[in-house]
Design a protein around this ligand. Structure first.
Ligand SMILES: *[C@@H]1O[C@H](CO)[C@@H](O)[C@H](O)[C@H]1NC(C)=O
Ligand SMILES: *[C@@H]1O[C@H](CO)[C@@H](O)[C@H](O)[C@H]1NC(C)=O
Ligand SMILES: *[C@@H]1O[C@H](CO)[C@@H](O)[C@H](O)[C@H]1NC(C)=O
Ligand SMILES: *[C@@H]1O[C@H](CO)[C@@H](O)[C@H](O)[C@H]1NC(C)=O
Length: 363
């Protein structure tokens, strides 16, 4: 159990090869990113003593110049691909890389910043990195910086046309599971409703700060990651974790539907990393994958017993692996997820896909 808690920081999810190198004209003014390690692009590099980091090899082995940036991936993560589809080169930079330079922060604030932090969750108690509450406070400081530069109406306009991308929830589920391996139905329902209530607060907070267009990435079938598999004597997916993910995802959709009918001007799309990853698990060959159980980088059973460190083993045919490390997808998986969420059918993104969210009402 201790191991589980320790590993909370790293969270799973979402597709491999390079992004188009040129930066096309962005289709939205700015992109602000919130969430956990499925979205983190290096905020945790600046947290002294945190063990939820990935700024060392073999991470980044397929990133330009093989640079370990803090992404939990061999290359890009799902948010990089989504950002690229929106016309950016990749994910916006980590907030903490800008934090000491106000003028830089203002410049970046106009184009987008990532507040995501590996290990964090929806609940403040989840993880010991940058909580969602804190991420939103950081966004609020960026917004305040901008008030020195632009009129309020201009800021409102900028934010209302920008995308607020959120990828979180998996770490809360891992934390709950690590404390209660056999929850009864009452406990499960209580957990899900606590989570949803807090998630609602975060959306309302962002809305109050000017956010209107929300792109949400749901929780993947985290029970199928190499780490949970390594705990299962049968080596199968830990169904309990997948079930919690499904319950949370369903409840989130209902929440967003409700919110969008009460918060004027709110628009959203929920991308289903759950559906896409499950699709890979069930049809690996058709989708170009050969290994869906064992992580490319790690050690122990399924390479799922410890993280991707410099002395861990690392596979060479990375394009054929679903999982990069014990809890995170490869660049190849993230690419597929990004594409399906941006352009896919309702099965992969609903009620509209991210492309429709981006194009909606822009001009
Ligand atoms: C900002 O300053 C803090 C404290 O002086 C330091 O720890 C941190 O590394 C600095 N951040 C950057 C991006 O230089
Ligand atoms: C702060 O950021 C601005 C704009 O990016 C840059 O021109 C300047 O050199 C930076 N200052 C420091 C001290 O890094
Ligand atoms: C669920 O477990 C709690 C103790 O954690 C207990 O109080 C409650 O009665 C149980 N509910 C059901 C439906 O079994
Ligand atoms: C890798 O090296 C670190 C120290 O550098 C050590 O703590 C860890 O156990 C090693 N892991 C493996 C899988 O050998």
């Amino acid at each position: 159990m201790a191991a589980l808690v320790l590993l909370l920081p790293l969270l799973p999810l979402l597709a491999a090869s390079a992004l188009p190198s040129s930066e096309a004209a962005a289709k939205v003014p700015a992109l602000y990113v919130f969430g956990d390690s499925t979205a983190d692009v290096g905020n945790n590099n600046y947290l002294p003593g945190s063990n939820a980091k990935a700024n060392f090899p073999h991470n980044g082995i397929d990133f330009p110049f093989s640079r370990p940036t803090g992404r939990f991936s061999n290359g890009y993560n799902g948010i990089d691909f989504l950002a690229n589809h929106m016309g950016f080169k990749r994910s916006p930079p980590p907030f903490l890389s800008l934090a000491n330079n106000t003028s830089h922060r203002i410049l970046r604030g106009l184009k987008g910043i990532s507040f995501a932090s590996g290990g964090s969750g929806i609940l403040d108690a989840t993880g010991s990195t940058i909580s969602m509450t804190k991420q939103i406070q950081y966004f609020s400081t960026v917004r305040s910086d901008l008030t020195g530069q632009l009129a309020i109406e201009q800021i409102d306009h900028l934010l209302s046309k920008s995308i607020f991308l959120i990828s979180t929830g998996g770490n809360d589920i891992f934390a709950f599971f690590s404390q209660n391996r056999f929850p009864n139905i009452t406990e499960t329902q209580h957990f899900i409703s606590t989570l949803i209530t807090k998630y609602q607060d975060h959306f309302k907070e962002l809305y109050a700060l000017g956010a209107r267009k929300f792109g949400i990435v749901d929780v993947a079938p985290i029970g199928c990651c190499p780490y949970p598999r390594s705990l299962n004597p049968t080596g199968g997916c830990l169904e309990m974790l997948n079930e919690l993910a499904r319950k949370f995802n369903e409840a989130s959709k209902a929440l967003l539907h409700d919110l969008s009918s009460t918060l004027t001007g709110m628009k959203y799309s929920v991308g289903s990393s759950y559906a896409i990853v499950m699709n890979i698990v069930n049809n690996p060959g058709t989708l170009g994958f050969e290994e869906i159980k064992t992580a490319c980088c790690g050690s122990g059973k399924f390479n799922g017993e410890s993280g991707c460190t410099p002395n861990a083993t690392c596979c060479s045919n990375r394009r054929h692996y679903l999982f990069w490390d014990l809890l995170h997808p490869t660049h190849a998986t993230s690419k597929l997820v990004g594409h399906a969420i941006f352009s896919g059918s309702k099965q992969y993104a609903s009620p509209i896909n991210f492309r429709q969210l981006v194009e909606d009402d822009y001009y």
